[in-house]
Design a protein around this ligand. Structure first.
Ligand code: UD1
Ligand code: UDP
Length: 367
C-alpha cells in the first residue's frame, strides 16, 4: 500500500496526535493523498482505535524497527527507510505535522530528495531546548518549503526565524475540525462515560511528557496533587507513564482511576463532561479552546501561549496543582471561557492545507 506513492501527496505520521490532526488533511486530499505510517507508536492502544475513531482504516506501518528506540535510532531508521521508499515511489509532496521524531525524519527524507515538504502546525516555539520537540520544530522549520501556521503568532515566530514570508501561510489547526466533526452527541457521550465507569463529576488527566515521567519526585508530586483535588480523577494512561509509575514505584491515590488510553471520540466525550482537565499534552491545550474547558498544564513551558492568553490554560508546577485547579474551576472563569473563541482556527485548516499540498495558491502571511 505504501509503495504506490508516485505523484501522490505522502502524508507521514507516527504518533497518536499526528493521526488525529492529519486525518482531516488526508480526508480533504482524497485520492491525491497517501498515508505513510512510520510505526513510532507501536502499541495498538495508541493507534488502532484512534485510526478508527478518526475515520481512517487501521494502517500498518510502512517502516520497520522504529518504535521504542532512542531518538537517534528512531530518526536515523526513519530517514533511511523513508528515503528508500520515496526513491522507489516518488511523491509530489511530503506532509508532516507537529514536532515528533517522525515529523523530523519525514521532513529530512523529503528535503534530501528535493521533494516539497509541507509542515502542518509550523512555527510553535517553547524556547525550551530541553524538550526533544523544540529541536524537532527548529529542524523542520529549516527544512520545510511550505509552513502552515495555526495562528498569526506562530507565523511571526517563523518570520523572526528568517523563514521567507512567501512560504508562510496562516491556515488554522486541523484539530478544530477534528473536534467539531468527531465529538459524539450527548446521548452517545453519556453511554461512553457509563461504559468506562466514570462518575457524573470528575477531573480528566493525562501525563506523558519526559519532564514529568522521567523525574520520580515530579511524577510523585503530580500524582499526589491529583489525589488532593477533592474530585474523582480519570487518568487514561500513556504506556510511557504506565512504565514510569512501575519503575519508580509511584503511588496512585485512591481518587485516581487509571484507564487504558481511549479512542479519540471517547476522549472528546470525556473532555466535554469533565469539570476540569489536568495535563501536559500539547493537543489538549488546543482542544479545550474548542470545547470551552479549563486546563491546568503541568509543565514549565508551553509552545501554545495562545491557549494561556485566551484564559483556557494555566501553567503549573505539580506542587501548585490544587490552587490552580480551584481558580480555574470558578463559575466566573467557566462563564468567561464559554464566550471566548478558539484562537486555533475556523474549521477550514485541512482544506487550506490540502490546497497547499497539491501545489495550489493561497495568500501568504506578510505581517
Ligand atoms: C511522542 C512524541 C511526543 C508526543 C507523543 C504523543 C517525540 C520525541 N515525542 O512521545 O512529542 O507528544 O509521542 O503521545 O517524538 N511507548 C510504548 N508504546 C508505544 C509508544 C511508546 O510503550 O506505542 C513507550 C516506550 O517505552 C517508548 C516510550 O514510550 O520508549 C517513548 O516513546 P516515543 O515514541 O519515543 O515518545 P513518546 O513519549 O510517545
Ligand atoms: N487522546 C486520546 N485518547 C487518550 C488520551 C488522549 O485520543 O486516551 C487524544 C487527545 O484528545 C489529543 C491527543 O490524544 O488530541 C493528544 O495526544 P498526546 O497527549 O499523546 O500528545 P501531544 O498532543 O502532547 O503531542
Amino acid at each position: 500500500m505504501a509503495e504506490n506513492l508516485t505523484g501522490k501527496v505522502a502524508v507521514v505520521f507516527g504518533t497518536r496526535p499526528e493521526i488525529i490532526k492529519l486525518a482531516p488533511v488526508l480526508l480533504a486530499l482524497g485520492a491525491d493523498g497517501h498515508p505513510v505510517f512510520t510505526g513510532q507508536h507501536y502499541d495498538a492502544e495508541l493507534t488502532d482505535a484512534v485510526f478508527r475513531s478518526c475515520g481512517l482504516p487501521v494502517t500498518a506501518p510502512a517502516l520497520t524497527g522504529v518504535g521504542g528506540g532512542t531518538r537517534a535510532q528512531q530518526v536515523a531508521t526513519m530517514v533511511d527507510q523513508l528515503s528508500q521508499l520515496f526513491t522507489r515511489s516518488r511523491p509530489r509532496a511530503v506532509v508532516v505535522q507537529g514536532d515528533t521524531n517522525t515529523t523530523n525524519a519525514g521532513a529530512q527524507a523529503g528535503h534530501y530528495l528535493g521533494i516539497p515538504v509541507v509542515h502542518v502546525e509550523a512555527g510553535l516555539r517553547s524556547h525550551d531546548r530541553a524538550m526533544p520537540e523544540e529541536t524537532n520544530r527548529l529542524l523542520v522549520s529549516a527544512l520545510a518549503d511550505v509552513h502552515c501556521a495555526a495562528t498569526p503568532e506562530n507565523a511571526r515566530n517563523l518570520l523572526d526565524g528568517a523563514v521567507p514570508a512567501e512560504a508562510v501561510f496562516v491556515t488554522g489547526n486541523p484539530i478544530v475540525e477534528a473536534v467539531a466533526n468527531l465529538l459524539p452527541d450527548e446521548a452517545e457521550g453519556a453511554r461512553l462515560l457509563a461504559a468506562h465507569g466514570l462518575p457524573e463529576r470528575f477531573v480528566l488527566a493525562t501525563v506523558h511528557r519526559p519532564e514529568n515521567t522521567d523525574d520520580p519526585a515530579r511524577l510523585g508530586a503530580l500524582l499526589d496533587g491529583l489525589g488532593r483535588l477533592g474530585s474523582p480523577v480519570a487518568l487514561p494512561l500513556h504506556p510511557r507513564t504506565r512504565k514510569a509509575l512501575a519503575t519508580w514505584g509511584t503511588a496512585v491515590p485512591a481518587a485516581v482511576q487509571v484507564l487504558p488510553p481511549v479512542d479519540y471520540r471517547t476522549f472528546l466525550a470525556f473532555t466535554r463532561s469533565a469539570s476540569l482537565l489536568v495535563s501536559d499534552s500539547g493537543g489538549l491545550q488546543e482542544e479545550v479552546t474548542v470545547l470551552k474547558k479549563p486546563l491546568v498544564v503541568v509543565r514549565t513551558s508551553t509552545e501554545r501561549p495562545e491557549s494561556v492568553a485566551a484564559g483556557f490554560s494555566v501553567l503549573s508546577e505539580p506542587e501548585h496543582l490544587v490552587e490552580h485547579a480551584e481558580r480555574m474551576s470558578s463559575p466566573q472563569v467557566l462563564a468567561r471561557l464559554a464566550a471566548t473563541p478558539s484562537p486555533y482556527g475556523d474549521g477550514l485548516a485541512s482544506q487550506r492545507i490540502a490546497t497547499l499540498a497539491r501545489g495550489g495558491a493561497l495568500t501568504p502571511q506578510t505581517a
